[in-house]
Design a protein. Structure first.
Length: 237
């Protein structure tokens, strides 16, 4: 309880040692000297698991998982092509792209280099995954710019970044300095899931992935990167 006489930002703190391991909440009542009042509902969520020390990969918060491309859990290369980091390329971090740039197109999962991102989800069901990529043009005649994306053991969906490439689409990619594409998926079960980003064509430059479980709000850069546990895979190379 407190009293203020002028405008002031109020911060609400939580004693996490007293919060039960489940979803809970509270109410904050704000009253004025004229007798007017407002009730602000507070939502609190402290899951039973995983603990910060045991978390492997990213964790859902506020209905999304936001991932910088170079923070993969595992990287799987193929004899003819590999994913490599491009330092400081992108709007919010570093990017990943396929090398050599002259590599032949492939059909995943056979002989397709793959980036894996492990994450812990609380809200399984229908989700959307938005890939934020460099604003690459269709530099190969008769071919788009494709990648594959899948969750867990599901078959990869093949997405053509240039499937819609009107003048307006090009203008948007220039304005935003990025291209975005969204795929839809369905998952079951709370717990660990693995997002897989597959090579199909060379020339794809991945900057960021946003997994929307219903909480993503519109923004220019996308949500900030989600919390990532320190228990990283030994296969990260």
């Amino acid at each position: 309880m407190g009293e203020i006489s002028s405008e002031r930002r109020v911060r609400v703190g939580i004693d996490w040692n007293k919060v039960p391991p489940t979803s809970t909440g509270g109410l904050l009542k704000i009253s004025s000297s004229t007798g007017e009042s407002a009730i602000v509902k507070l939502s609190i969520f402290q899951p039973k698991e995983p603990s910060p020390g045991s978390l492997r990969g990213f964790i859902e918060s506020d209905g999304y998982v936001s991932i910088e491309a170079d923070n993969f859990t595992r990287k799987i290369d193929a004899p003819s092509a590999r994913w490599e980091k491009i330092p400081d390329y992108g709007r919010t971090g570093s990017a990943m792209s396929v090398f050599p740039a002259t590599a032949a197109s492939v059909t995943p999962p056979q002989n397709a280099p793959c980036l894996e991102y492990q994450m812990y989800l609380f809200d399984p069901g229908k989700i959307e995954v938005t890939a934020i990529l460099a604003p690459t043009l269709n530099f190969v005649p008769g071919r788009g710019l494709r990648y594959g994306i899948s969750l867990d053991d599901q078959a990869p969906q093949i997405i053509d970044v240039l499937g819609q490439n009107s003048l307006e689409d090009w203008e948007t990619s220039v304005k935003d300095n990025a291209r975005t594409s969204t795929s839809k998926h369905a998952i079951t079960g709370t717990g660990y899931h693995t997002l897989k980003f597959w090579m199909v064509d060379p020339g794809v430059v991945l900057e960021k992935l946003v997994v929307n479980l219903g909480g993503v709000k519109p923004s220019y850069l996308g949500p900030p990167e989600s919390y990532r546990g320190a228990a990283a895979s030994a296969d990260r190379r």
